[in-house]
Ligand binder design. Sequence first.
Ligand SMILES: CC(C)(COP(=O)(O)OP(=O)(O)OC[C@H]1O[C@@H](n2cnc3c(N)ncnc32)[C@H](O)[C@@H]1OP(=O)(O)O)[C@@H](O)C(=O)NCCC(=O)NCCS
Length: 234
Amino acid sequence: MNITIGVADSSHLKFSNEICNMIEQASNIRGTGIAKREPDYIGAKISEGKAVIAMQNQNVVGFCYIESWEGQKFVANSGLIVHPDFRKTGLARDIKSAIFDLSVKKFPNAKLFGITTSLAVMKINSELGYKPVTFTELTTDDTFWKGCESCVNHDILIRTKRSMCLCTGMVCDPSSLQKINQKSTQKLLWTDFKKFVSERKLRIQLKANASPFLNKFYRASSSVLPIGDLIKNS
Ligand SMILES: CC(C)(COP(=O)(O)OP(=O)(O)OC[C@H]1O[C@@H](n2cnc3c(N)ncnc32)[C@H](O)[C@@H]1OP(=O)(O)O)[C@@H](O)C(=O)NCCC(=O)NCCS
């Protein structure tokens, strides 16, 4: 397919609008409403050398950028997007791997983290060495959590006082990580992750049976994101 993946530079600034449109369209389809980005913001990330872009000839086909929080203690790889025509070919995996390496290079002392409902992203993160965590392990930076305000599920985050939501939180501490290259190790990490999610579903179910408040939450989460079923089928 002749796709090149690399750190975006000033020659890619002209794609800022298109990248925003791709992200917004994907967000509308997923129905989360969380992902609106402004072209100036994407442009700033490109100018700061904090973005990875995938190009086919003169067309942008994928993108992701770095954000840092709490004085660079935490780093998130955000705005991951792959053009619909190029999905399920391993492109997101390659982009995430490139932005992971760039993040470690630029912020060697930071923990990498993310919150997501995307099974593909959970899978890729697991392979990179991310572990699922409760939200208490993530950044406390209010600016990060402000980004959730446009999400349709934001009321759940508020009700649970930022302790949980429909997204799964994942963290990777590169300083305690041997680079995971072997397929067999990656598969093991994914198996561990699937076990965690099944157990979490069971824990939520048990709590929901015991509490009317959580019962409401559980019903919301299981109707919006039947993640256990998704994972069973993957
Ligand atoms: C999520 C997204 C980036 C994945 O891109 P992609 O290039 O198709 O992903 P890859 O081909 O690298 O797939 C990586 C793994 O995830 C799996 N995967 C991909 N899309 C999936 C989906 N929709 N559901 C379940 N698994 C999926 C792939 O099968 C692959 O696993 P495998 O190698 O074991 O088969 C792409 O679908 C996208 O841009 N979606 C809209 C934006 C979005 O959701 N961004 C994430 C925000 S957190």
